[in-house]
Design a binder for this molecule. Structure first.
Ligand code: SF4
Length: 146
């Protein structure tokens, strides 16, 4: 399986450690891939900054490198405020490029989960509908990503 990762530009200087760790460990958004299947990250970029213009173009390059799915990084879900365009990005990538856009990379760190559970945004936007792999992660795994 070959994938591309798009991160929130607010975290463009992030070293990507949690994302790459979760690829190896098959946690979070990567839990959908069997442990025995090789997952190769063929592209890693940011959205380009609000409102996310790079999402229109960068999947094309990733697909040329073999990407079969695009993962929208967990930072889009747990930054505050969470990205207001996640659903638009997912819909656009899937319509325009015909490959899955998966919401989530690494598990949500527990310290962020504890804060977000008490805030209204996730419920208002029905985040669990599109980020189920993250919301359903075991608490001990979330804690391991604090
Ligand atoms: S909030 Fe969304 S559109 Fe804005 S920089 Fe982050 S990912 Fe991009």
């Amino acid at each position: 399986m070959k994938i591309g990762i798009i991160i929130c530009n607010r975290y463009r200087d992030c070293g990507g450690g949690k994302c790459f760790r979760s690829v190896r460990e098959r946690h979070g958004g990567f839990s959908k891939y069997p442990a025995g299947e090789t997952v190769e990250v063929v592209g890693y970029s940011s959205c380009g900054g609000c409102p996310g213009g790079n999402v229109e173009y960068v999947p094309e390059e990733m697909i040329k490198s073999g990407a079969q799915a695009i993962h929208l990084a967990t930072g889009l879900v747990v930054g505050y405020p969470p990205c207001p365009n996640i659903r638009r990005f997912k819909k656009f990538i899937e319509e325009r490029y015909g490959i899955p856009a998966v919401v989530g990379t690494h598990p949500i760190p527990k310290k962020y989960m504890d804060v977000h559970r008490g805030l209204p945004f996730w419920e208002e936007t029905k985040m669990a509908e599109i980020a189920g792999d993250l919301m359903g992660e075991a608490e001990n795994v979330m804690k391991a990503y604090d």
